[in-house]
Design a protein around this ligand. Structure first.
Ligand code: FES
Length: 591
């Protein structure tokens, strides 16, 4: 061990410390106005837990524990922490786990996105507040990994991501099922009265067959893959299922890697830059990733002062094929992706599109990691660029008078017959209005209409809920309608599929054009022309705007007040304006 990894700078006494060079337990001392006393007191307290001076002289590796009874996606956190600790100690470090907020999609009211920024602040501040030379971030469920990467990027301490891994698939009456594409498919069948109450209860027992994150290419899997592409995870760390020996070995390797990162001061700003963000965008497109991925990646990049240009994203989407055959764009599950070689196999296929000189958590470049990746073998989950599952990227960016700041559609999971479509708007003023009327047999709606849902943007709900996946009105579902064009300023789960326009910016709750759409207006969607147009003339829109002035939502107190005052729009990552790095120092993708 080198001197600079020992607790405190060598000095005259055991409690002398220099705050500028302090390492280990001497980092970031509590301020009593007497540095020596602060270190003396800190050591006295931690020795109450039985730690020796030898242990306290080691580099400290913090481990963020997001285990929670409310979060089955993180149900293997105890085993992972044990394995990370083993890796840290084998490499000569002292592991210290600590809790932060844990956010699960189904246990977050009003919505998990509302809490993502709070979790990122918790992560950032606890990394900064407690002494650690590096930190292992254990996350997995949709909002947790972006929250941790955002917080770690701002905290500036060497950080490495470990995901909990995907859940196993289940079996329902001979059919393989997994959360949550199949959850939506079965619920749709139940709404259409194709299956009965007994069967929907049966499948409810099978959709989530173990702890771990959703088993398709939803947001959790998307974030795991793009984190590996960013270089913030050990090679091959994205795909091992939660309950496998591979996942535990990844955890041990992560712990050992964190010790090496502490020694070399491999901070996030040395790994995360315009090139690595662009690599992550390529991967997001090539995996048919969740639309949420672009929002989260924008927020992570913003913490480093990097802007993501939506027009540039659309340009690289036109030249990046979807190669991964996973639901909802394809047919397989995350465990199949792992068996097919996982991210190293995909990155090797994408090699011509990637910046290979970027650094990863291993201290080696992405190109060096790929040179050492296991050799390819015959499989049918990760396609070659010559035989893609979809010829261009999974996402397309739309613009027009309905979305001057842009909107997103997941074209790889949309119905090709609806991607060029003009129809009559059937408008719901907010989520409650939709819940009240969508299944009313008296609702004036046909399969050719376009469903419009307002006030589910960043401030509208608030927290931009995943309500953009609007249900097909029951009377149409019963008649066999499976998809319709749907438009909102909200998000949808990465596990969902359909011809669904999301993230309309600016949102309706702050007076974006979506606020002024009325029943019966004509709307035109053209994915080929990247257009989303409200076919109402400018004078009429101006009249509606003047007649219905809109004020930004507010709250009287607490986190909700902070959220509503500070949250940015989708094109800025829905981060808080004061958490973004002050100055823009790069814009990606490059022209
Ligand atoms: Fe946690 Fe899907 S609900 S990953």
């Amino acid at each position: 061990m080198t001197d600079d990894t020992k607790g405190g700078k060598p000095g005259k006494g055991p409690f002398d410390s220099d705050s500028a060079t302090a390492r280990g337990v001497a980092r970031g001392l509590t301020n009593y106005g007497d540095i020596g006393f602060s270190l003396f007191l800190r050591k006295a307290f931690i020795k109450g837990a039985g730690l020796s001076d030898d242990a306290l002289a080691r580099p400290i590796i913090g481990i963020v524990n997001t285990g929670s009874s409310y979060n089955p996606c993180h149900g293997n956190a105890p085993q992972l922490i044990e394995a990370v600790k083993r890796g840290v100690m084998l490499a000569g470090g002292l592991p210290m786990d600590f809790p932060t907020i844990s956010v699960h999609e189904s246990f977050s009211q009003p919505t998990s996105m509302y809490l993502r920024n709070l979790m990122s602040m918790d992560t950032e501040e606890m990394i900064r507040a407690q002494p650690m030379d590096a930190v292992v971030l254990i996350g997995g469920c949709d909002k947790t990994v972006p929250a941790q990467l955002m917080g770690a990027a701002s905290a500036g301490v060497p950080a490495i991501q470990l995901v909990t891994g995907s859940m196993l698939t289940g079996s329902h009456r001979g059919e393989r099922v997994g959360a949550c594409t199949d959850c939506r498919r079965y619920w749709g069948r139940y709404r259409a009265e194709e299956i009965d109450a007994v069967e929907i209860a049966d499948v409810n027992n099978q959709l989530v067959a173990s702890v771990g994150t959703c088993s398709v290419m939803g947001t959790a899997s998307t974030m795991a893959c793009i984190t590996e592409a960013l270089g913030m995870m050990v090679s091959g760390g994205a795909s091992a299922p939660a309950v496998t020996a591979d996942r535990v070995r990844v955890a041990e390797h992560t712990g050992a890697t964190a010790v090496a990162m502490a020694a070399s001061r491999l901070t996030p700003d040395r790994i995360l830059n315009g090139k690595s963000i662009e690599n992550a965008l390529r991967v997001l497109l090539a995996i048919g990733g969740s639309t949420n991925g672009i929002v989260h990646l924008t927020a992570i990049a913003g913490r480093l002062g990097i802007d993501i240009d939506l027009a540039g994203l659309d340009r690289i989407s036109r030249e990046t094929p979807v190669l991964v055959d996973l639901k909802p764009s394809g047919q397989h599950y995350m465990e199949d992706f792992h068996d097919a070689g996982g991210m190293p196999a995909l990155l090797r296929e994408l090699r011509p599109f990637l910046h290979l000189d970027v650094l990863t958590v291993s201290g080696r470049t992405l190109g060096e990691e790929l040179d050492d990746a296991p050799p390819p073998f015959k499989q049918d989950v990760i396609r070659t660029a010559a035989a893609p599952i979809y010829p261009v990227g999974g996402l397309a960016v739309l613009r027009g008078n309905l979305a001057p700041g842009g909107a997103i559609i997941k074209q790889s999971a949309a119905n090709p017959k609806l991607m060029e479509h003009e129809g009559r708007a059937v408008v719901f003023e907010d989520a409650e209005d939709m819940a009240r009327r969508i299944d009313d047999d008296a609702l004036d709606v046909t399969a050719d209409d376009i469903l419009v849902l307002k006030r589910i943007g960043p401030t509208g709900a608030p927290g931009m809920p995943e309500a953009g996946y609007m249900p097909i009105p029951k009377k149409l579902a019963r008649a066999g309608v499976k998809d319709m064009v749907r438009i909102s300023d909200g998000r949808m789960s990465g596990t969902a599929a359909g011809t669904i326009v999301l993230h309309v910016t600016p949102e309706s709750a702050i007076g974006g054009p979506l606020a002024y759409v009325q029943n019966g207006d004509r709307i035109r969607l053209s994915v080929a022309r990247r257009e989303i147009a409200l076919l109402v003339d400018d004078a009429e829109l101006a009249r509606r705007t003047a007649a219905n002035p809109i004020t930004r939502p507010t709250a009287d107190r607490g986190y909700r007040k902070l959220f509503l005052q500070s949250v940015t729009q989708a094109d800025q990552g829905v981060d808080f304006d004061f958490l973004r790095a002050g100055v823009t120092n790069d814009t990606v993708p490059k022209k």
